[in-house]
Design a protein. Structure first.
Length: 326
């Protein structure tokens, strides 16, 4: 079994990682004058392997779309999004959310309500464009509510780390405009995670979804009320006495795994646990070290594989062949 993994899975995974990183960097370099975020370049890198482009060639399809290739890259990508979300929570400050400015709050409310209004229109447009005879593409009537909420969630959530890097590149991070934008992004992200936590159990339609929601909320309260007060003095003591080591980063990553496993077992999603662990992590020198040591690896190696998956799944020929697309 080990030989099978080394022969079939590992080489394909290395090839896919190398391709996603190199091509995304190439797109980012070409589109840099347009101030395009790196995440867009990563999606475009995955799109080059979609059935619309290189995936149309049989040898490319058999290589990247094989059972071994998909399994390995999906596992790697899920690890990437877990740590990316953890770093997102680590960069955010829950105290700032609770003491947010009125202007930032009003911007966040507008950024939440407006997409909810557009969500209905986009859902109706999607159903109109998709061929009604295609039973796999149509959204069943009993799932219309979940589909609408997914549209609202996708349109309203602002990627906090992405926005922070954009503002830093534009030298607006510490201006009043930048602070208001970051505050609004924090609030919309918090709203997005609450909606995500509530939506996932109900979208699966398995068992008793309300139990998943209640148990997940109880776990979040437990993290803030019990885990954080225990974690804070330990980290502050190690920081003040300068007794922390870089190997302690492994303990942090283990905590991400544990929280992700718990929320997944409760019926929501692993990234909810990763985000909560990042949110309860005490801010300070040690958190800065974790960000410094992890950010480049996560954003430079793990994330390109995950975000490339969005472009990888984009099937333009399927969309264009719909009768109502023209």
């Amino acid at each position: 079994m080990a030989d099978d993994i080394m022969i079939k899975h590992v080489p394909l995974l290395c090839l896919q990682i190398a391709y996603d990183i190199l091509v995304s960097r190439l797109f980012y370099f070409v589109l840099k004058p347009l101030h395009v975020p790196l995440i867009i370049a990563q999606v475009l890198a995955g799109f080059t392997l979609s059935p619309s482009l290189l995936g149309n060639f049989e040898w490319v399809f058999s290589l990247f779309y094989s059972q071994y290739g998909i399994l390995a890259v999906e596992t790697f990508a899920n690890l990437g999004i877990m740590y990316y979300v953890f770093l997102s929570g680590l960069e955010m400050n829950s105290d700032t959310i609770l003491r947010s400015r009125k202007k930032g709050t009003s911007i966040a409310i507008a950024g939440i309500v407006t997409p909810m209004l557009f969500g209905v229109g986009f859902l109706a447009l999607q159903q109109k464009l998709i061929d009604k005879n295609d039973v796999f593409a149509q959204t069943p009537k009993e799932n219309q509510g979940e589909a609408y909420l997914f549209w609202c969630l996708a349109l309203s959530v602002t990627g906090f780390p992405v926005l922070a890097r954009i503002l830093a590149n534009l030298k607006l991070l510490y201006t009043k405009l930048g602070k208001d934008a970051l505050t609004a992004a924090m609030l919309t992200d918090a709203y997005g995670w609450v909606m995500f936590t509530l939506l996932i159990p109900y979208s699966t339609r398995g068992g008793k979804p309300y139990l998943s929601v209640i148990s997940t909320l109880m776990f979040i309260v437990f993290c803030f009320a019990v885990v954080r007060p225990i974690l804070t003095p330990i980290i502050e003591h190690r920081t003040s006495t300068n007794t922390w080591r870089k190997s302690h980063l492994l303990d942090v990553l283990t905590g991400v795994f544990i929280c992700s496993y718990i929320t997944d077992s409760l019926g929501t999603h692993p990234i909810v646990g990763a985000f909560v662990f990042g949110l309860i992590f005490p801010h300070g020198k040690f958190a800065d070290v974790v960000l410094e040591l992890s950010a480049d690896f996560v954003s430079g190696i793990l994330c390109p594989v995950y975000f490339a998956g969005f472009g990888f799944r984009l099937n333009l020929p399927f969309l264009l062949k719909q009768k109502n697309a023209g």
